[in-house]
Design a protein around this ligand. Sequence first.
Ligand SMILES: Cc1ncc(COP(=O)(O)O)c(C=O)c1O
Ligand SMILES: N[C@@H](CCCC[NH3+])C(=O)O
Length: 432
Amino acid sequence: MERSYQVNQQGHLTIGGLDTVKLSQKYGTPLFVYDVNHIRQNARAFVEAFRAHNVKAQIAYASKAFSSIAMVQVAKQEGLSLDVVSQGELYTAIQAGFPMERIHLHGNNKSKEEIEMAVEQQIGCIVIDNFYEIELLQQVLQEKQSTMDVLIRVTPGIEAHTHNYILTGHEDSKFGFNVNNHQATEALTTLLKIDRITVKGVHCHIGSQIFETDGFEMAVQRLYQMINEWKNSFQFETDVLNVGGGFGIRYTAEDKPLPLHEYVDALIKEITQQVDHYQLTFPEIWIEPGRSLVGESAVTLYKIGSIKEIPEVRKYISVDGGMTDNIRPALYEAKYEAVVANKANQSPDEKVAVAGKACESGDMLIWDIDLPKVKNDDILAVFSTGAYSYSMASHYNRFPKAAIVFVEDGHDALVVKRETYEDVVQNDLFYE
Ligand SMILES: Cc1ncc(COP(=O)(O)O)c(C=O)c1O
Ligand SMILES: N[C@@H](CCCC[NH3+])C(=O)O
């Protein structure tokens, strides 16, 4: 989906038709601004892609990318399912009134409390990750005299490294059951013996920010070897094949994401071939997009403060946020693009570096970017911050977390309040 940014007559950047400079004045900075229409278009692109093939599917928004009550409401409105990884994400979904039967619980170390909550809420399914969890789930189901549908998360030995794939004979991952050493099959046989558990199928996730379809195709091929063995050995047929998320987005001009339907088209083509080859039943397909639904839908607005020039070295412009609202540059050397929101019609004059305000040399948002000459109080808009920014925010240096605004149809709405200093110390107790 094209990003909905434009420049208005004042030379200000607009998102979803609203002036970002005015939004920064109204709500303060740092501020996340989401174009809700953009999220909806992405969701509909996935829904439509499956519909075009007449394939039954669940598109589960991976809420780890950005979870808030308002975001979960939008996912519900668009008919998506929801992937949650913790009690916190599940609690958010409950508060948002999300249909429990469309929730899938993930996690490589689910606690008994998390499993209990999932069973009590009768969520759609638990994605089983390890043998210990099978014991815990069995115990909880017994205690609560309940039942649960599950998928088995497997690691097929294919790992995506953004632009290419590594085939690993021995899979070294904290997630899921290994296919190659038959732990996945052992998990199946263990689960099949438990009356209160119904195995609906298989899950795998090969990585994130992936720009090609061949890694998904390779994973499907490997999975079908296993699924066919399961059919022959245990007469077990998978009703559901969940191929995870990972569809890439554009952070900078170097990123060339595919239109979302191309991933779906390729997956359906490969699954069709495999099903025909092994003469199996076509499964329901589930996917778990996070970044591709929300990543490009948001900008972060910052106010520029200090400007430091080291002659012949670098010019640093510092903003009023940084790694505490977007850890990705520090954590993954992730690259971002930005514009000066109040000078969006001006051409660049100089190369600068954008620094955050945390007490950490690595707190840099962008190392090299061409911008028009900036001064204090200018507003910087960093693009594509909708995924894994707010959701990975921290209180380092006791900075309060930023606010979030949704814009749609010419309206803006505050959906996450800016934290106050009272919020920052709310759990602190005096030592007496
Ligand atoms: C199991 C699982 N599903 C879905 C996702 C979402 O990935 P993405 O945000 O890249 O679509 C992730 C994150 O990588 C994941 O670990
Ligand atoms: N948080 C990561 C991706 C991890 C996805 C979840 N398994 C990022 O920002 O790119």
